[in-house]
Design a protein around this ligand. Structure first.
Ligand SMILES: O=C(O)CCC(=O)C(=O)O
Length: 281
């Protein structure tokens, strides 16, 4: 047997020939400790001059917290914000109109109002509104490039509803914008009812008939946010059949609202927003 094979048999594997120094006998660099059977993290490695310690430091940037979103579904008066402009207040009455009366009113208005699909103008372009509208009032109403002509002949059902609203709240209105959402695909984009013709701090009373839709509100960001609503509070109000929602105070200055498109089936909904319009100068 050759020398090489003999060595392999005795040692159970390859061993270097005796004239080659094994690694085990190699001199170690001075700064590497001997393995002493401890976990590696128990071995104290000598520190080097550029050693970094990881210390948790609070970021100097403030942690941004979004105020909790809210849902308002119970009857009550809600002060939703207080700003230099004033208090923004909602009054909500989910069962303002008896459901049977509300059913009848819905049918009469659905078939009786002169509904039309109008166009908004945005950045010089015309877009068909995803809903139908009708207007009643002593004066014309203009917003987003839309003009509703004055219409003094109130539909009898509207007269009834207006009377009920004014008697119950002590408020008076001279105009009403009606929206018909034909199904869940109809919607109304973010906006505030802040046209000059509504005067400062307008009170707007909104009556809903038909299928329930979510009325969403979002707080306006301060100027430093440059129109970014990411950290602003949202409030949802489910507007059910026969409900009344009143917005007052600074609500139109400090908040926007919308009716988002739904991804579930919805049947028709009529919304009546009663307002006071001042003749434009
Ligand atoms: O349909 C609604 O509940 C909202 C209507 C509205 O915001 C508006 O007419 O300005």
């Amino acid at each position: 047997m050759s020398d090489k094979r003999k060595r392999a048999r005795v040692q159970g594997g390859w061993a270097p020939p005796s004239n080659v120094r094994s690694d085990r006998n190699k001199a170690k660099p001075a700064n590497v400790p001997n393995w002493v059977g401890k976990n590696i993290d128990q071995v104290n490695l000598p520190s080097t001059s550029n050693e970094k310690k990881f210390v948790y430091e609070q970021s100097s940037e403030e942690l941004r917290q979004k105020p909790a979103d809210k849902v308002i579904s119970k009857a009550g008066v809600y002060d939703i914000s207080t700003e230099p402009s004033g208090i923004s207040r909602l009054r909500f009455f989910p069962a303002f109109i008896d459901p049977k009366d509300a059913d009848q009113m819905y049918e009469e208005l659905y078939h009786g109002l002169p509904w039309r699909q109008r166009s908004d103008v945005k950045n010089g372009e015309k877009y068909l509104q995803p809903r139908l509208t009708a207007w009643y009032g002593d004066h014309p109403y203009r917003y987003s490039g839309v003009t509703h002509d004055a219409c003094k002949e109130w539909h009898p059902t509207l007269q009834r509803i207006k009377h009920l609203l004014e008697e119950s709240t002590g408020l008076e209105f001279n105009s009403m914008l009606a929206n018909l959402y034909r199904d869940g695909h109809d919607s109304l984009a973010w906006h505030a009812d802040d046209e000059k013709s509504l005067g400062p701090d307008p009170t707007i009373a909104s009556i809903s008939l038909g299928d329930s839709r979510t009325f969403q509100m979002r707080k306006n960001p301060p100027p430093i946010e440059k129109g970014d609503y990411t950290y602003m509070q949202h409030i949802d109000v489910p507007l059910t059949h026969g409900s009344l929602l009143i917005m007052e105070g600074s609500t139109q200055d400090d908040w926007q609202h919308r009716i988002p498109r739904e991804y579930h089936d919805r049947s028709g909904r009529i919304n009546l927003t009663f307002r006071v319009i001042f003749p434009e100068i």
